[in-house]
Design a protein around this ligand. Structure first.
Ligand code: GLA
Length: 391
């Protein structure tokens, strides 16, 4: 991948000077969905798939970028002084937003850069292609100009890009996973204070299989709106509860406290959303404990429950993805299967015993095709390191 990008860079921008190579991964979330903006826990891992970039400093303030995945868009060019929030949601807007966020925070970025990028991660499938693009921009500008910022800062700037530059009110999970991933580990992140722990994924007898429903989740206005709508509903539920309890987020509640007080949430819909947020957070804590104690069966069961909750209480699945999960549950060797990411389409994540992986992909692929007419795609997830310069 990177060789192709390097070749393309030389062709577009010349081969002189200090040309550097970078990578920023996508992520798959194992459990803990829509908890990150509710003060709860998430459990994602960075993937070995993502966005590659080749870049070189410029001595003026111009940014010139070319994306080999969208060659028809040509070289995008803008000055550091002209960055402006918009709601176009193009690949370069996510990167512009990161740089804009850094400038807004008072970070001195002395110049621009030329860059060519290429991806091996499907966009709009719930594997955080946009966070991967954001963290690619962050790590490039941090490294080229030796900026005094940490990778956690890079994750935060990525979230600002989403929230303030690109109009999606997402949490920090995706950017955190892309920036901070660690090979063969998942990240148990408490989004209330950003404390985190790397948990080894000692899966010798199983594989993490991602199934892409090919139903695109964030390319339409509609799903952005649905995501932001879910967030609003969660906030409304929290506001109702805050009238009678002293809490800052739904993540502070356990199931029992929630059940006791949930009648104070006025709207039925908001009560269901809040129930998901509270139960999902507790499920995530339990799931990580189960994994750490070697109880993969319990982990898988919690994944299945998480799917049902995401579909029924949070209303963030869709028919096709429900089919993928429900059909997966029937197959031999499947420890657990659930929707992953923001939802409204996208992918499922499943843990499957090694010897059943072939049967899983062929059977699920054909049943899905039969029921929906769509050819699903399968990827074996390989937990990788976070955004970085490549040597
Ligand atoms: C998207 C958002 C994340 C998170 C997930 C749902 O991926 O970017 O912040 O909210 O949805 O868990």
């Amino acid at each position: 991948m990177i060789e192709k990008a390097l070749e393309c860079f030389k062709e577009k921008f010349g081969d002189e000077g200090d040309i550097r190579c970078y990578f920023a991964p996508g992520r798959v979330n194992l459990i803990g969905e829509h908890t990150d903006y509710n003060g709860g826990h998430v459990f994602p891992c960075a993937l070995s798939m993502g966005n590659y970039g080749v870049a070189r400093k410029r001595d003026d303030r111009i940014l010139r970028w070319f994306n080999m995945t969208w060659p028809d868009e040509g070289v995008q060019e803008i000055s550091l002084d002209d960055l402006k929030p918009n709601d176009n949601g193009m690949w370069y807007d996510y990167q512009q937003g990161v740089i804009w966020a850094m400038l807004k925070a008072g970070i001195d970025i002395p110049g621009g850069y030329d860059m060519v990028m290429i991806a091996d991660l499907p966009a709009g499938s719930g594997l955080s292609a946009s966070a991967s693009i954001e963290e690619l921009a962050a790590v490039i500008v941090k490294d080229l100009y030796d900026l005094p910022i940490s990778m956690i800062d890079c994750a935060k700037f990525g979230q600002v890009s989403e929230n303030e530059y690109n109009g999606s009110n997402s949490g920090i999970m995706d950017q955190f996973a892309s920036a901070m991933g660690k090979k063969d580990h998942a990240i148990f992140l408490d989004t209330a204070d950003l404390s985190y722990e790397y948990v080894p994924l000692n899966l010798t007898n199983e594989k993490i299989v991602i199934t892409n429903s090919k139903v695109k989740h964030n390319l339409t206005e509609n799903s952005y709106n649905s995501y932001n709508q879910r967030r609003k509903e969660s906030e409304e539920a929290l506001a109702d509860l805050q009238r009678i309890m002293d809490i800052n987020s739904l993540g502070e509640l356990d199931e029992e406290e929630f059940d006791k007080q949930c009648e104070y949430i006025k709207s039925d819909v908001c009560r269901k959303r809040a129930k998901h947020a509270v139960y999902e957070n507790q499920r995530t804590i339990k799931a990580v404990k189960a994994l750490q104690s070697g109880d993969l069966e319990a982990f898988g069961k919690l994944m299945n429950e998480a799917h049902i909750s995401m579909s029924e209480d949070y209303g963030a699945s869709c028919e096709e993805v429900d089919i993928l999960a429900e059909e997966a549950w029937k197959l031999p060797g499947v420890i657990g299967s659930r929707i992953t990411g923001g939802g409204f389409g996208g992918c499922t994540v499943s843990i499957v015993k090694n010897e059943y992986v072939d049967n899983f992909t062929s059977t699920l692929g054909s049943v899905y095709k039969e029921r929906t007419g769509i050819d699903a795609e399968f990827y074996i997830a390989d937990a990788g390191d976070g955004a970085r310069r490549l040597k």
